[in-house]
Design a protein around this ligand. Structure first.
Ligand code: UDX
Length: 438
């Protein structure tokens, strides 16, 4: 079976590579010539555990190819995945121009019946627009070739993308007809999920499922952040409350960790987009509006704690920051709370020395620039620093040498934005520990 995957971002590259790994013939297409040239050389556009090795292996075997030529790539493909970006427009709605341009491109050059499946997160109703764009392009060339549109949203997490793709909790496929369903069934056969975990449905429901999943997860986080802030006020321990509620299987113990707010490419964008979709139908998603508001405020919680401890004017103070990416195991800086925290500290006159195991290059080149000092390791960031801010919970930060911290920090103060340290133990060692909701 041959397929084409258009867009070599997180979703597209992982999708294409994983299908190639189970034996499918895959062409990954992108308009970015440099990206394609690099991929052929084994240079990845993103950091994702396990991906590079898999790309190189499948490229060498010939099952995985890279191209900028969409028209050539889709010849003989039974399925084309659209996995290009849907960045939020100014009003928060997902910008569909890239998705629809690809749909048109497919219609212009397809040579046989094919299924065109969107993997990008797209608003409800996009399936119809994709269908219309392909139809128009086919009519433009006087062709009556058949095709079917499908919606196959991706639920993979950054940092665990390959694993999530190969061992998904579930696969959601929205289809228009049985022919498309049969082709998608054949394509996903190697993943051998038990019957009820490949869920076929209509296209609008599949599109809605993706937004609902991300919105629900974002809701859990904002809810817990809100509760954590109240815990602090009433003298409760949010960690205990989390454990106390998480053991109820109806609530679950995942995604209820309070922190410095959710970031990344999905939650912020998707929450905005679904709110926007609802407005188009004159419906107000009040819960999700609050989820967003709480998250925006939460990004300031750590810097506010710093100001409460050291005073509003932070001139002359230096802060060590551990972690910059929006979460561990990724170099992704999109919507990373670290950016807001750094801006707040700098605006109050402080200096920041940061260390992140992977994201410093990305942070320096595209997000934070030279406003802060980047350090070679975690301890170097502590030299002459007045306090430590833990922003991203990379594993290597979990068990530092407290003796070294004691020696290097001017004040033994830790602002733990992810509650990874034991406050009692740190107190015994003479540290002042500020967590979230504790
Ligand atoms: C998310 C979804 O998990 C995934 O299914 C979807 O396809 C894309 O969006 P991702 O953006 O990679 O994936 O990150 P995720 O691991 O879900 O974390 C999102 C944010 O929530 C991070 O900033 C993380 O730090 C934060 N988070 C997560 C919390 O603050 N508390 C938690 O308990 C869990």
């Amino acid at each position: 079976m041959k397929i084409t995957v258009v867009g070599t971002g997180y979703v597209g590259l992982v999708t294409g590579t994983c299908f190639a790994d189970v034996g499918v013939e895959v062409v990954c297409v992108d308009v970015d010539q440099k990206k394609i040239d690099n991929l052929k050389k084994g240079i990845m556009p993103i950091y994702e555990p396990g991906l590079e090795e898999m790309v190189v292996r499948n490229y060498k075997s010939g099952r995985l190819q890279f191209s900028t030529d969409l028209g050539e790539a889709i010849k003989g493909s039974e399925v084309a995945f659209i996995a290009v970006g849907t960045p939020p427009g100014e009003d928060g709605s997902a910008d569909l121009q890239y998705v629809l341009a690809v749909a048109e491109g497919i219609g212009k050059s397809m040579d046989d019946f094919m299924v065109v499946a969107t993997k990008s997160t797209v608003p409800v109703g996009t399936g119809k627009k994709v269908h219309a764009a392909i139809q128009k392009a086919l009519e433009g060339r006087g062709s009556d070739l058949g095709f079917a549109v499908a919606s196959n949203p991706e639920f993979l997490k950054e940092g665990a993308a390959v694993e999530d793709f190969l061992k998904p909790d579930r696969i959601v496929i929205g289809v228009e007809d049985e022919k498309a369903e049969a082709i998608m069934k054949r394509l996903y056969k190697p993943f051998q999920l038990s019957g009820d975990r490949i869920i076929y449905m209509d296209i609008p429901s599949a599109e809605m499922t993706k937004y609902t999943a991300n919105a629900m997860l974002a809701t859990k986080i904002s809810f817990m952040n809100d509760i954590a802030n109240l815990c602090e006020l009433v003298g409760a321990d949010a960690n205990m409350v989390r454990k106390g509620i998480g053991s109820d299987p109806r609530i679950g113990n995942k995604f209820i960790y309070p922190g410095v707010g959710y970031g990344g490419s999905c939650f912020p964008k998707d929450v905005k987009a679904i709110i926007r979709t609802a407005r188009e139908y004159n419906y107000e998603l009040k819960v999700l509006q609050s989820v967003e508001d709480v998250n925006e405020k939460q990004k300031y919680v750590l810097s506010n704690k710093v100001k409460k401890h050291f005073g509003e004017d932070l001139s002359g103070k230096t802060f060590a920051m551990w972690g910059l990416s929006f979460k561990p195991n990724t170099d992704d800086m999109r919507e990373a709370p670290a950016c807001v925290i750094i801006d707040e500290l700098l605006a109050a006159g402080a200096q920041v020395k940061a260390y992140d195991p992977i994201a410093m290059k990305e942070a320096k080149e595209h997000y934070i620039g030279d406003k802060i000092t980047y350090c070679n390791d975690a301890y170097e960031a502590l030299v002459d620093a007045d306090a430590l801010l833990l922003v991203t919970e990379w594993s290597e930060f979990r068990m530092p040498s407290w003796n070294v911290l004691t020696k290097l920090l001017n004040d033994k103060v830790i602002f733990d934005g992810r509650n990874i340290y034991d406050p009692k133990y740190l107190k015994e060692l003479g540290f002042t520990h500020y967590g979230i909701g504790i």
